[in-house]
Design a protein around this ligand. Sequence first.
Ligand code: GLV
Ligand code: MN
Ligand code: MN
Length: 419
Amino acid sequence: MTHDTPDLRIAVDGAGLQRRLDELALISESPAPVVTRVLFSEADVRGREYVRRAARDAGLAIREDAVGNIFARWEGSEPGLPAVGSGSHTDAIPNAGKYDGVVGVLGAFEALAALKRAGFKPRRSLEVVMFTAEEPTRFGLGCLGSRLMAGTIPVAKALALRDREGRSLDELRAQAGYSGPLDSVRLPSGYYHSFVELHIEQGPILEAQGVPIGIVEHIAGPSSYRVTLLGEGGHAGAVLMPVRHDAMLAGAEIALAVERAAKASGSPDTVGTVGVFRIEPGAVNSVPYRAYLEIDLRDSRLDSRSKALAEIRSAAEQSCSRRGIRMEFEEINADPPAAGDQKTIAIAESVCAELGLRSLRMVSRAYHDSLFMSRVSPTTMIFIPCRNGWSHRPEEFATTEHIASGAEVLAHTMARLSA
Ligand code: GLV
Ligand code: MN
Ligand code: MN
């Protein structure tokens, strides 16, 4: 390497990093190879203990905030300067794999450990964050920790969150050992000088093109909605078809409207999914009187996302009025897309060139905590290939070599940013 780190020769311990990824994957609510670690579940709490241990092993100092974001820090020679940040999440949706998020936490620990072994001395502090609840499984809202850090969610809205069993964030965080006012989670302005998140691509492009590193220029804007449908139940044999108010059928029409609107939006980046669809009472011989859906709608452009949403709402209203169903349609979140910081991107790109690794500028269609870090800091992400683009499923896979390359690029990029 040249420039700010002339003598820096780092050796990432790929095998050690892989071992830690494998160990953390065994801390799961479901048997291997499935990984499930829902926010503040017993597995998430044990996973947090693993993360603390791994941070200490990397020689980092730990602090935790009121919502459970874990910060692992290497103090620079000028500790008053804004720090260089990295990190990701270790919570995992039901039936997930072992790389989503985790590569960006354990990989960042290894990046800093490798810099330490190489004798590097940072000027700005280097800090790795394990963000609380990047995944929306518990409360229906993703990136809870980074939203609070960036101040993009009102504390009152976070306090009003309830899970399926009606438990509040306050109740669950207290059980996991976290307390204190939630407004203390917000970062002081200018806290980070820059932020770089390492993550598997969760798409097929890098693998298909044989490129080991992606550098993220844009993150698509996610939005999600909660739809509650109230019809009328009754005996599946006795209630005749002309007088039914079947909430499930209205839900089915709404799910199809989501697909139709996303396909017809005019933007190739519009994607719409109904990933939650529950009916009550859920008995084969009973007409569903209640249906509950969660819609995920994303786009790299806000105009086409809004157009698709308008179409979905209008189709939902028509279906409900035809079927005599009462509907509540509620926005959970509607976030704008994020742009990566060009200077930070250029630094990561030149690191790749100097390491002899090809790189590609990319759009992230998945969201990440970087979506919110980009509101408070110059930000980019480093992507590595994953097999067939698979993610959010147990077959998710990335090679040790690609993971180690990602950690190496992250280490040099953070070193350069810290100078
Ligand atoms: C993050 O996990 C996402 O759903 O994009
Ligand atoms: Mn995920
Ligand atoms: Mn992720």
